[in-house]
Structure formats: structure tokens, C-alpha cells
Design a protein around this ligand. Sequence first.
Ligand code: C2O
Ligand code: CU
Length: 495
Amino acid sequence: AAATAGLATGCAALTGEQAGTTLRSDLTPPEPFRVRLPIPATAEPVSPGRFEVTQRVADVEIIPGTTTRVWGYDGTFPGPTFDVRRGEPVTVTIHNELPAPTSTHLHGGVTPADSDGYPTDLIVPTGLDFEPGHGSHMEVKEWRLHDGSREYEYPLDQPAATLWYHDHRMDFTAPQVWRGLAGMFLIRDDDEDRLDLPRGEYELPLMLCDRAFEDDGSFKYPSIDDSLLGVPGVEGDYHQGVEGDVILVNGAPWPEASVANTMYRLRLLNASNARRFELAMDEVGFTQIGSDSGLLPQPQELETLTIAPAERFDVLVDFSQVPVGTRVVLRNRLGSDGTDVVMRFHVDREAESGAAVPRRLVEPATMTPDEVVAARTFAFALTNQGDHQMWTINGRPFDPEQSLASPRLDTVERWTFTSDFHHPVHVHMAHFQVLTRNGKPPAPEDAGWKDTVDLRPYEVVEVAIKFSGHRGRYMIHCHNLEHEDMAMMANFDVV
Ligand code: C2O
Ligand code: CU
């Protein structure tokens, strides 16, 4: 309850484009476009199909001239990018050397339940005196604790897509991701290879997120108790979600990338806790080729694109439309005072990536309305729970013992999401297609197979969701990470 007391006061206006409340940095942020766009290292297997990653504390330079203590996979923020192939299963052993327990979720992965990174299935650093559930919004009966490390199994029996991985610890996902526990995970396949999309230096993973900084360069986050193992939750008016005033791309503030005057493929991920972006490029548009869970049947042109937390957009941009020497700014139309710009591309040379926009991409997915065997509704809303209010699904705060649905394996259901605020809705394991948004056809941003949908205030979104993959317990939750930590999660069981 400590985490949510006084929630009502933070929610005066549950409308508008902003999903969270902006936390101001104490230091003066650097001028934009001074830092070069970093590209995260690629994760290298220790033997074929086997990866080892160590979560540790590291001091890195994010704001020039200062150091920031991060919690990183292999001590980096973002963590290393996985570049793997469909049909070639991998195991990832995570060693936890942080001062707190962790759980790693492969977001978008069709993963066996045991490896899904359940919030109470934790790797506890060896020797840490950890009292599970201390200060939590509820009493959890069963915890699964692994000493020091554990192995996650990823079958990768799913189409090429832009996935990501991040922390999912019960009650503490928001502060732990804020500290740096997130990385990209790219799955490729033969269908994608046939398309001759830009690759190598012409393919850029771009992890967008926002952060705020203390005077000394350390991350600022409004935790109720910053002892890492103490009481979870945020204080002050941040119950809607925490936004920062510094925009980072691949962990660098408003960076600049040097590019050639040719076609590029950008893998856009919004890894923010709460911030939504409406992205626009000066002088060049986006050609979207893929969504969260794979390639689209055919490309679509987008002048701007709205990306909610945890969504991914796989886009082509053609810098041959501008003369060499041009500087193209990637803007955020939902931002202000600095958060209205994201990064800049300096078209500084001639080169030819050899790629063109394919006319067709992959076979369209076949899901017909008569395949739907059940319909369910999930209402995302602030509700009264005793003497306080909580972010809930169907009126209930998260309870690991309870399950809201038991869909059958290999069936399709129609799920309806309703909201009282911005709630990016994410479903684990199962992918879906948006059928309607407020009774109308889906928005362009809803195209394709998805695992996260941008649910805005007072909206109703219907999706057709396919439960193929694995049986077991999975989750549906809001991907505003503060809402998630404040119990806006639920289980479902694939049976
Ligand atoms: Cu990206 Cu359950 O999370
Ligand atoms: Cu939410």
C-alpha cells in the first residue's frame, strides 16, 4: 500500500498526450547532437547457441564530463544486442552481480513459461540478504529464487522480428530498467534475407528512452526508498509514470549519427518507462516494414509515427533524398523543452547500400473472424482498493495466485482492452493483430503482428490474439513501468 497511497492526487488530469510526469534533471543537459551515436556491442556466444551475460554495476560516461552508475547486462547500457536466427534455439545464462534480485524477460519472445522471466522468479545475487516481498503491495506466497545465476531457454521458433530484453522484477521493474537493464534482441530468418534489406552498417538499432540526472551525473529516480531492497514505488506526483527531460538513443543524449546518402534500416524501440513519442524526420519520411512481432505483408509510408513504451517499428529511411552535407533531425512532436528532439543524422558521404524498398515483404497472416473461439475484456483503470486507489486490470491489482483467463493452445480469441488513461498493453508469448480502435479501423501504427498496443485515454481496442507456442502461465500488463510496478498486471494460463 505504501507504493500507492495518495495515488489519486497524482492523477488529476488523465487525458492529453503525455503518459507520465517529467522529472527535471539537476545538471544542465548537454547541447544536442554533440555526442556520437553509440552502437551496442553484439552478444557473442560462448559456444554455439550458448550465451553468458553478467549483470553488473558499471560507471559510464553518458553526460559528457560526468559519470553515471548503471546496472547493465555485461555492465553496459543498453546491454549487448543479440543477433540470432529463427530455428536456432539459444540458451542465455544470466549471472547476477548487482546489489538486488533480477528477472529477465525476452519481450516479444515465444518462450516456455519457465524461461519467461516471471516477476517472482528471481536471480538473487549470491550472499545477498534478501527478504522477498518487503514493502510489496501484496503478500506473495511463492517465490522462486535462484542463487547467483540461471539459464533461460529461447527456442526462437518465430518469425524475424525486433525484440528486446529487460528486467521484470516484482515491484521494481521501473527503477531497475531506469538504471539500465534493457537491450535489443534481433531475430532473423530466410524470408527476411530474401528481401535484400539494408544490413551491416546500414542497419541501426535505435533504443529510445528518457532519463533524468542528478547534479553529479547519476540517474535520478523518485523512489520512495532508494535502498534498492527497500520499499518499492514512486513518491510525489509520479504515479502516472516517470519521464525524464533528457532523451537518450542507445544510451547517449541526443546523439548524432554519421550516415551515407542511401537507404537505411532503423530498428526503433521505445524503451522508456512512460514516455510516448511521435517521431518525425525533417525532409524524409519513414517506410515501415515491420512491427513488434515481425515484418508487415507490405511496406507502408508514414510521415510521422507514434511509438508507445515497449513498441517497436522497423523502418526504412532514404537519405538519398537529401544532398550530402544535410543534417536531418529526428523529432518528437509530443515533446517540449528539449524532449522535442531525439537525435540527428549527418548525411556526410556518398555510398550505396544497394537496398530498395521491396514491394511485398512476407505472406499476410491468415486469421479470420470465424476462428475466434472466445471473447474477453480487460479493463485497465485506476480503481478503489480499500482506502486507496491502485492501477488495476478488471478491478484487481496483480495477484500471482490468480489468473484472469485460460485460453486454449492453438486457438484465436478476441480480446478487448479499455482504458482510463495511457496504458501500453503488452501480452507475453501470444501475438495479436488489432481489429478495431474505438469501433473504427486500426491506426496505421497498429499494423501487423504486435505484442504491445498503444491504448490511449478512454479508448477501446479490439485484437485477435493467437495462442500458439507454449502452455503455461503468462502475463498481460501495462508497460508503463510505474503502472506495472503498481500492480497493473494479471496472469493468464494457456491450457
Ligand atoms: Cu516488456 Cu512483461 O514486459
Ligand atoms: Cu498503465
